[in-house]
Design a protein around this ligand. Structure first.
Ligand code: ADP
Length: 260
């Protein structure tokens, strides 16, 4: 009797061991696949700006440096390329930390209205380049305290407002609004009247490296990581992110936060 029981237990253990190993192998395979895809994307992203920088420097070395006007123009373009590389590398650093779960949230209480105003001040120069007005919905000028990671929420706001400028139209506008929700939450909205997003592209927006316009021709194109970073940060806070958009009319990105 006891031998049969032991055999049954042993068989069960062996089966469990085999299942666990299979799961572990699947997980490692997924991770390997992820790493391969990620590396492929990274080198693809870095190639364009690196090529730009390289070609301007080569042209300068080949003689363009003798012409004062060309020298300035090409050096400025090379600098732009390097700037883009820096952005991309910073975004890559951020997304890999977030995806590995290495980043801890540093929760503090702060005024989200004040943070919104700081972000608008920070991006005013960018907005001016396209004559886009940044405004704050004046209904909510009072302070609203939230509990969240200040630096990370600042990053979220920068990415969203920066996108509203990048994909906004000349002379357009971006508005930040904050509203109290009933369940001890607030919702922060960033609304633009820019190019909008076609319905079929909306579900993929938050994927790493996803861009609606894949041509790469857009000069102000970022890393394609901005919204993936935003989603990670909001989800790490156990909060929600929403997007509403009408093609050629504009977009609204919003997210919730916990009120103090
Ligand atoms: P990118 O570096 O390309 O801006 P993001 O992850 O920030 O990467 O955004 C992904 C894509 O979503 C963008 O390439 C763009 O096509 C679209 N997008 C993001 N924000 C907006 C917006 N406010 N209006 C229109 N399209 C947007």
């Amino acid at each position: 009797q006891s031998i049969t029981t032991d055999m049954a237990t042993l068989t069960r253990q062996v089966k469990k061991f085999a299942t666990d190993k299979k799961l572990e192998i699947e997980m490692l395979k997924d991770r390997e696949e992820y790493r391969r895809e990620f590396l492929g994307n990274v080198s693809h992203e870095l190639k364009t700006p690196l090529f730009t920088v390289q070609s301007y420097i080569s042209t300068l070395l080949e003689g363009a440096h003798k012409d004062k006007v060309l020298r300035k123009k090409y050096l400025e373009r090379a600098e732009k390329g390097v700037e883009r590389l820096v952005y991309i590398v910073e975004d890559l650093d951020m997304i890999s930390k977030l995806e590995m779960g290495d980043e801890r949230l540093n929760l503090t209480e702060f005024d989200i209205v004040e943070l919104s105003q700081n972000v608008m001040d920070l991006l005013e120069i960018e907005a001016n380049k396209k004559d886009i007005s940044l405004s704050f919905d004046s209904k909510y000028f009072k302070s609203i305290m939230v509990l969240a990671d200040y630096e990370k929420i600042q990053q979220v706001m920068i990415n969203l407002v920066m996108n509203s400028i990048k994909y906004g139209k000349e002379g357009g506008s971006t508005e930040i609004g904050i509203e109290n929700l009933t369940n001890n939450k607030v919702i922060v909205r960033v609304t633009d009247n820019g190019e909008g997003i076609e319905k079929q592209n909306i579900p993929r927006l938050f994927e790493r490296f996803y861009r609606v316009d894949k041509s790469g021709a857009r000069s102000e194109g970022g890393s394609g990581l901005g919204l993936a970073i935003v989603k990670h940060i909001i989800e790490a806070h156990d909060e929600k992110i929403f997007v509403k958009s009408t093609f050629r009319k504009g977009s609204e990105f919003s997210f919730t936060l916990e009120k103090v």
